[in-house]
Design a protein around this ligand. Structure first.
Ligand SMILES: [Zn+2]
Ligand SMILES: [Zn+2]
Ligand SMILES: [Zn+2]
Ligand SMILES: [Zn+2]
Ligand SMILES: [Zn+2]
Length: 607
């Protein structure tokens, strides 16, 4: 995708797609990298933003889990309009230019220009014109190749050194390097020649990966932080295409907002208390909160001081009672949500209606324990850094958050924050019947079915511990429901998201799922909740199960012993059980419709 450099990213894109450390092609032909959070702080500093409160928000549970003090929405670019009062105008997300190596499509010259480092969209791009003067009005293009390492470092492809490698991959000195790239007709690396017109040496990119690992160390560069100095790194350096997906795998953490409304304090007061919490929490010498601070906020927002106090105490209480720490596992974290929804703990941000089973088809009670309509929920989505080469495992989150900052990072420091989004939505929450599930999961047919596939899973996300066939069944149920709802009811399938609640652990036992929509996506106005009601949901489920019995790729699909990414799916393919990437939280892995529909052992075989 190509961006207009005046107005580069929408909020969601800066979190989900082109987060910090990733590269973006702009309309003027530049390749830019979204800069780290010190640079964000700079563009969002108080004098620069007329209304900082607009972007700052809280989600206590997720904050405590990530060790940050608050979240901020990525700023949106807005222009001043004469005669209108518009907040936070002319704030652009900060970018650096990367890679620094550029290539002239006309004569093949390669040059590195360190001056181009900090990107200003109003820059003219004369600096990118070919030094040979060819093609005067066409700038050079950013190099297609970069080098990355497992620790997240990234550096320019070493073209100059490459051209001067001898047969043993040792460097040959050159007095006057003048590097050119000559591309062949095909995509073959053998046909791309990097040569030096100064001394006549040259070498094709054949076996690029092996040679780079052997001859070049990772220089430990972190251009998104403005750090181009060389620091020690012992990880292998790997050359790759700049646009390859392994260059940037974002780490995204989500939470469903839970609060206790102990007191009946209105939402506006609570919002102001949340925004000014740090200010109100400043203690005076007697270790009491400071009256003057309360008076100031009370005056400023015209809120009676006793309401402000009550709101502050309420929030304080919630902070003390938020049962989440930095080492809380994802499983424990989700269990709090699962428990709140399953036991119908309605609050301001979570409006629940547990359904009465007598209204559903009679067979439902055998398969389900709980169907709850979620009339309102609030989701937080935080960007917590990125990995390169390998997908995130979940264990490295703290380490990766540190990589977003240049300054030393301390857990729970009040200056720590992460870019995040929040949005309201609605959903359907479903829990499988525990006793029937127990009986089903001990069936040997079922166990044999998944024996081999679960072994292949180990390298993936540690979001869920002790993955088993119950997980696969819940996950597949989630997908066939998403597909059925979008087919029958005209939802864009990408607008329905899943959140799986799974644990075999007796203390946190979970076997459920939440299907939900958020924001201004379709159906955030009661549409999805309506579909959970008895008059619709019975049909939707029956049809989903019915459709899952047949796939247009059968018998190949139903007989598959491993398909999809790394062979981590059984009977599940694009024609039957996969959903859009934005809907699935497991990368469309670990799916098998046989577990649901097989005549002998399918969970829903009697339906
Ligand atoms: Zn040229
Ligand atoms: Zn040379
Ligand atoms: Zn490195
Ligand atoms: Zn299929
Ligand atoms: Zn999924």
């Amino acid at each position: 995708m190509i961006f207009n450099s005046q107005n580069i990213l929408r909020r969601g894109q800066a979190i989900y797609t082109w987060g910090i450390g990733s590269m973006i092609d702009t309309a003027d032909g530049s390749s830019l990298m979204l800069a780290g959070l010190d640079a964000w702080n700079h563009i969002m500093r108080p004098g620069q933003m007329s209304e900082p409160r607009e972007v700052r928000f809280q989600d206590l549970r997720l904050q405590k889990k990530l060790g940050v003090n608050h979240f901020k929405l990525p700023p949106e670019y807005r222009q001043n309009v004469r005669g209108q009062r518009i907040h936070n105008t002319n704030i652009r997300l900060p970018f650096v230019r990367f890679p620094l190596s550029h290539y002239c499509p006309h004569c093949g010259s390669i040059s590195i220009n360190e001056d181009l480092y900090v990107y200003d969209p109003l820059d003219n791009i004369d600096g990118l014109l070919c030094p040979n003067g060819c093609n005067k009005y066409k700038p050079m293009v950013p190099s297609r190749f970069v080098c990355i390492c497992e620790d997240g470092h990234i550096q320019d492809f070493p073209f100059t050194e490459w051209a001067h490698l001898d047969q043993n991959n040792e460097f040959v000195n050159c007095e006057n390097p003048d590097i050119k790239m000559k591309e062949g007709l095909g995509p073959d690396l053998k046909d791309i020649i990097i040569s030096c017109s100064g001394c006549g040496k040259g070498k094709s990119l054949y076996r690029m990966r092996e040679v780079i690992v052997h001859a070049f160390p990772c220089e430990g560069k972190r251009p998104w932080l403005g750090e181009m100095d060389i620091s020690h790194c012992d990880k292998d350096l790997r050359p790759t295409l700049r646009n390859a997906s392994s260059v940037h795998n974002p780490i995204i953490k989500k939470s469903i907002y839970l609060i206790n409304d102990a007191n009946d304090i209105d939402e506006r007061t609570m919002e102001i208390v949340r925004d000014w919490y740090d200010f109100l929490n400043v203690m005076d010498s007697g270790n009491e909160t400071n009256d003057r601070h309360f008076e100031e906020i009370s005056r400023r927002y015209e809120i009676p001081i006793q309401d402000l106090r009550a709101g502050f105490d309420d929030l304080n209480n919630q902070i003390q009672n938020t049962d989440v720490e930095i080492d809380t596992t994802e499983e424990d974290f989700r269990f709090l949500e699962y428990n709140a929804i399953a036991t119908e703990q309605t609050s301001r941000e979570l409006i629940l209606e547990k359904c009465n089973f007598s209204n559903y088809p009679a067979s439902f009670a055998k398969y389900f324990e709980n169907i709850t309509l979620v009339h309102r929920l609030r989701e937080t989505t935080a960007f917590c850094g990125f990995t390169r080469i390998n997908p995130p495992t979940g264990d490295e989150t703290q380490e990766k958050i540190k990589q977003l900052w240049k300054r030393p990072y301390l857990i729970n420091d009040e200056n720590n924050w992460l870019p995040a989004l929040w949005s309201r939505g609605e959903g359907i929450f479903i829990v499988l019947n525990d006793s029937f599930l127990n009986q089903w999961k001990n069936d040997n047919n079922v166990k044999n079915r998944v024996k081999n596939i679960l072994g292949r899973y180990e390298n993936y996300f540690s979001t869920f511990e002790n993955i088993d066939h119950t997980f696969m069944a819940i996950h597949t149920l989630s997908h066939i429901l998403i597909n059925q709802i979008s087919y029958e009811c005209g939802y864009g399938s990408a607008s329905i998201k899943e959140r799986i609640y799974f644990s075999p652990n007796p203390e946190n036992k979970m076997a459920g799922l939440l299907l939900y929509t958020t924001g201004d996506s379709e159906g955030s106005m009661g549409g999805l909740v309506r579909l959970g009601k008895p008059e619709y949901f019975g049909d939707i489920l029956m049809n989903a199960i019915d459709n899952a019995k047949w796939c247009s790729a059968d018998p190949v699909c139903i007989e598959s012993e491993g398909q999809g990414i790394d062979g981590t799916n059984l009977a599940a393919c694009h024609n039957c059980s996969l959903v859009s990437e934005t809907s699935c939280e497991c990368g469309n892995r670990l799916l098998d419709r046989s577990l649901l529909i097989n005549d002998k052992y399918g969970f829903f075989r009697g339906l």
